[in-house]
Design a protein around this ligand. Structure first.
Ligand SMILES: [Zn+2]
Length: 392
């Protein structure tokens, strides 16, 4: 019994006491752990609250910025200085055939052409165009979609009509491009009709006297030593080579376009014909734009030559430059030539540019937009002083 009772006591002491001891321990451990967790949580919340309290400004004042109109790539471009105008067009770089003698083609008579080509408007033209008005440059403008704020790029292909094969390649490019046809090329009525049917705008590319007398600008050239009567007669003849063009630009002309007397004759004739002036800027000191402004002739200026070097790498980089300029300035105007590198680069660039949000427009759209901007600026300037007067 003693043994049993000892055993029983022992059993009791061995079996029973651990329960009351272990339960409080477990509860204690859980309780302390929970308390520590709670304290930690409260401290964490408290610290976070203090942070919120003491640092409210950066949190409140840094909402997501509004969508910037300029993509990040252009933000990198922005600090760069405005690009200088391209160096004077290296007229020495012009294709060899300009250095060879030309034979003047038999041009169709003005009246004959006018009868043959009644109008450029076709059934395929969209119904509306932002270039509205009754002047020839407005009537023959290639219609474009209404301006929606997207950067606009105009690409002019000069020197067309001589190299038939490359001219044909140029007008098969996606457009609208602006095609400038050398006044002395053959078969211009047919060539330009096809270009217009493919949606490209038309211009006459008029040979003008270069500074470098070794260069041959071709037949038809307008020279500074011509008298007013001769200049007018030559230009009027050139302006009748084919119908449906919006204006002219200069082929070479680094001497002619700096001569106020000679250029006044050209600009006033353009005004009389209701067509625009595109200054190719082959000379830094051209007087074309200032005279056009003075005489109220719509005009535009070349900003970038795409192919002073006839290689793909150079043309691609110039197109990039044109694109950046368009994004900064709202529009950009580049001139290229029917050369292999240019044609290849444009074929890949035009669809890509459209995908990237650029709008390809003809020269007339750039001219129309500049006129609208100037008109808006003029009205604002007129309005501002009257407000000031009212305030006073
Ligand atoms: Zn040219």
């Amino acid at each position: 019994m003693r043994n049993e009772s000892r055993k029983g006591r022992n059993r009791l002491t061995v079996c029973l006491p651990p329960f009351p001891i272990r339960l409080p321990r477990l509860a204690l451990v859980l309780g302390v752990g929970g308390a520590l967790f709670g304290i930690g949580l409260m401290v964490g919340i408290g610290v976070a609250s203090l942070r919120l309290f003491f640092q409210p400004v950066p949190i409140v004042a840094s909402p997501a910025p509004p969508s910037l109109p300029v993509p990040a790539r252009d933000a990198r471009d922005a600090p760069e200085p405005e690009p200088e105008p391209e160096p004077e067009y290296g007229e020495e770089g012009i294709a060899d055939h300009y250095l060879r003698p030309h034979t003047l083609p038999v041009s169709p008579a003005v009246a004959e052409v006018a009868e043959e080509e009644p109008t450029q408007e076709t059934a395929s033209d969209p119904p509306s165009s932002p270039v509205s008005g009754s002047l020839p440059w407005q009537q023959y403008a290639v219609p474009v979609p209404p301006f929606d704020g997207s950067p606009q790029v105009a690409i002019v292909i000069d020197d067309l009509g001589i190299d038939r094969q490359r001219s044909s390649r140029a007008i098969r490019l996606p457009g609208p491009l602006t095609t400038a046809w050398l006044s002395y090329a053959h078969d211009l009525v047919r060539q330009t009709r096809e270009a217009r049917a493919r949606g490209h705008e038309l211009m006459i590319h008029v040979p003008m006297e270069p500074k470098n007398s070794r260069l041959d600008p071709g037949p038809d050239v307008l020279r500074t030593d011509m008298d007013v009567h001769t200049l007018k007669a030559k230009l009027d003849n050139i302006l009748g080579r084919f119908p449906g063009y919006v204006g002219i630009n200069n082929h070479m002309g680094s001497r002619f376009t700096t001569d106020s007397h000679a250029m006044t004759v050209v600009i006033t004739e353009l005004k009389r014909h209701g067509v625009l002036w595109l200054d190719s800027r082959t000379a830094r000191d051209t007087v074309g734009p200032s005279l056009a402004r003075r005489f109220g002739v719509p005009f535009a200026e070349r900003q970038i030559f795409l192919d002073n070097e006839n290689n793909l790498f150079h043309v691609r980089s110039m197109l990039q430059k044109l694109e950046s300029l368009a994004r900064r300035q709202g529009y950009a105007l580049g001139i290229g030539h029917p050369r292999d590198a240019t044609l290849t680069a444009l074929k890949e660039w035009v669809p890509e540019a459209k995908r990237k949000g650029l709008v390809l427009v003809p020269v007339s759209a750039i001219v129309a937009r500049r006129l609208e901007m100037e008109e808006t600026g003029r009205k604002t300037a007129e309005h501002t002083p009257s407000q000031d007067t009212q305030k006073r």
